[in-house]
Design a protein around this ligand. Structure first.
Ligand code: M6R
Length: 364
């Protein structure tokens, strides 16, 4: 049940420290810190390319994973929407592996894409939350997220569990392929093991969110911006908001603003900026200045350092615990989920059962 929570979505948001910790330890041995590779990735050096196929929120975990698999794992990686991939004459190399990502393991688009990948000679790894699902059964290997059952239509804990599994996978691949050295493996594993604690901290005090959620619930349009590892989190934030509050929202790569969407900005458009202090921070800061110069309302999600630099010029500020930049997308999922959830509560929409949507989409 939902215990003392108002909705499953709220409970599932608060389940995340545990969901992440459980998933973490299926990939990384808690005693030795060694990350192990599931079949068909265990022969890491012979993997020529990874193609990630998914829909919705699971697609955004794939977009995040691409950064990790390339920069940490040293593997070429592409991510495609399952519904697009199957009708595309993709050219995939020998030795390629498809990762089909799905909370339910039942999304028909993702299942059809998996079958198409197989027909193109790829081995398939399923990253699913339901072990006995169709996608798990039809794949060559399975990597389980251990988020526990997810009932809210809006995916939350399954997403951060997917991210956790993907980062663990990237570390294991990087280690096995000699792309990162021992010290780097240790640094990343330590950072990842610290995430459940940081997420719990972030969930402790949500007082900063209420005024923001109020504003979002009344907006007509909302933009979410992020760069690099924060870009998929911006996309996810926008999806969460539109899905459960019916407020129109779009996620953009912060650098794309000037190529069009900046025309939308005026004093009625709240802009949520996902900006941990990482290698992309300074550039995101200048995009934030562009938004402000056009009168946009800035909601800044950052850490203590970012708050010191930019807090003064934001209309609202959420300060998150400090983490290594590589794990920031997992932590920054929390505020975008909470904002959408609290905005839905403000507006009185049913976060667990939004109109027109089903928990798993079994039509094409
Ligand atoms: O079960 P799956 O991960 O395959 O589901 C994919 C999407 O339908 C799902 O993530 C959807 O976008 C969620 N409702 C997002 O909150």
């Amino acid at each position: 049940g939902k215990g003392n929570f108002r909705h499953f979505m709220e409970k599932e948001i608060y389940d995340q420290p545990e969901a992440i910790a459980h998933t973490l330890h299926t990939v990384i041995d808690p005693g030795t810190g060694v990350a192990t590779l599931p079949y068909p990735l265990e022969d890491a050096e012979s993997v020529s390319k990874i193609t990630i196929l998914a829909a919705g929120t699971s697609f955004y975990s794939g977009l995040t994973a691409r950064y990790w698999l390339e920069s940490i794992g040293g593997v070429a990686c592409e991510v495609d929407l399952a519904s697009e991939f199957r009708d595309r004459k993709a050219v995939l190399p020998k030795g390629g592996v498809v990762i089909a990502v799905s909370q339910s393991g039942e999304s028909l688009d993702t299942l059809m894409a998996l079958r198409h990948g197989k027909s193109l000679g790829q081995k398939v790894l399923a990253l699913v939350n339901v072990p006995e699902s169709t996608i798990a059964r039809e794949s060559d290997g399975v990597l389980l997220t251990r988020a526990g059952p997810e009932f809210g239509v809006a995916s939350t804990k399954a997403f951060t569990a997917q991210l956790t599994a993907f980062l663990g996978l990237a570390i294991a691949l990087g280690q096995a392929r000699g792309h990162i050295d021992k010290d780097e493996v240790l640094r990343l594993v330590t950072a990842l093991e610290g995430v459940p604690g940081r997420v719990a901290e972030a969930l402790k005090d949500t007082s900063a969110y209420h005024a923001i959620a109020h504003e979002l619930s009344r907006a007509k349009d909302v933009l979410y911006l992020g760069r690099g590892l924060s870009y998929p989190i911006a996309l996810e934030g926008a999806l969460k908001l539109k899905e459960i509050t019916y407020v129109h929202a779009e996620g953009y790569a912060a650098g794309e603003m000037k190529h069009g969407p900046i025309a939308l900005i005026d004093e009625h458009v709240p802009v949520v900026i996902v900006a941990p202090s990482d290698g992309w921070f300074d550039k995101t800061a200048s995009n934030m200045a562009e938004v402000r110069a056009r009168g946009g309302r800035v909601i800044l999600l950052t850490d203590a350092h970012g708050a010191k630099e930019l807090g003064g010029s934001a209309d609202h500020l959420v300060v998150l615990p400090d983490v290594a930049p590589e794990v920031a997308p997992i932590l920054y999922s929390i505020p975008v989920q909470l904002l959408a959830y609290l905005a839905a509560v403000e507006k009185g929409t049913d976060a667990d059962q939004p109109r027109n949507l089903a928990k798993s989409v079994t039509v094409e």
